[in-house]
Design a protein around this ligand. Structure first.
Ligand code: BMP
Length: 245
């Protein structure tokens, strides 16, 4: 069932154990086009990642950074430094199949190891196509099954069971599940899911570091708690003490 078991899942777990870290940095640093600071942002990110080299397992890059840097700079960022991290493109795909296909091909060209898709889009001509495109291009694929913010409970998280079923049937490598609502993580593990679970919501959104892992998550996703802190290395070390492999 887990067709890419020796692909992204293994790569992520290997890296986590080797780095002795369950931290995935959420990289959402950005600047506006008219500010003309794309180059300085690139250098700032290189310096940040360098300083976190031995503290984090992977990097999840979100829309703000993807838009600011653009494809060419992202390609350089991921490929021209020997980081050792795994890189996840967090586009939260939520479109029809052929558009998801095109976007995933772009992410593969840039050098990402995995992509994130919504699952609420359904399987047929949507998530199925995202999964097959990811596989064809050697990428892992993670799906959003429930979200971490309070409004997640209004609609999306009410579809948790359907999102989970759709994701399992489509054969994703793992799930994005909220550290702020750890019961969802617990349910998924209680049902015997062996793939990856990555949990956002730690730090700035209020969840305690280690809380998602104690429910069965493999990694906790931390953004502002690290990159917005006055001393990102000190902050990452603090989180790491609670998130050792
Ligand atoms: P922060 O630690 O700064 O709150 O960042 C959380 C990261 O996780 C962001 O990149 C956000 O897009 C992502 N995320 C989230 O916060 N909640 C979800 O339910 C799903 C996410 O991907």
């Amino acid at each position: 069932m887990w067709a890419s078991l020796v692909g992204f899942i293994e790569k992520a777990l290997d890296r986590g154990s080797q780095a002795d870290s369950r931290i995935v940095l959420a990289l959402d640093l950005h600047c506006r086009l008219l500010e003309g600071c794309q180059h300085s942002l690139f250098m700032k990110i290189v310096s940040l990642l360098n300083s976190l080299r031995n503290l984090i397992a992977g990097v999840k890059i979100g829309w703000p950074t993807i838009l600011t840097l653009g494809e060419e700079s992202l390609y350089r960022l991921i490929n021209e430094y020997d980081w050792g991290f795994f890189f996840i493109a967090d586009l939260k795909l939520a479109d029809v199949g052929h558009i998801n296909r095109l976007i995933i091909q772009h992410m593969a060209d840039i050098g990402f190891d995995a992509v994130i898709s919504h699952s609420v889009i359904g399987r047929e001509k949507a998530l199925d196509e995202a999964v097959s495109t990811a596989r064809e291009n050697g990428l892992g694929i993670l799906s959003v099954v429930a979200m971490s913010h309070p409004g997640g409970e209004e609609v999306l998280n009410k579809c948790f069971e359907d999102n989970l079923r759709i994701s399992l049937e489509a054969g994703v490598d793992g799930f994005i599940l909220p550290a702020t609502m750890p019961r969802y993580i617990e349910i998924v593990r209680e049902r015997g899911f062996k793939g990856l679970i990555l949990s956002p919501g730690v730090g700035a959104q209020g969840a305690e570091p280690g809380s998602a892992v104690s429910m069965g998550a493999d990694f906790e996703i931390i953004g502002r708690g690290i990159y917005k802190s006055g001393d990102p290395v000190k902050a990452a070390k603090w989180f790491l003490e609670r998130l050792r492999w």
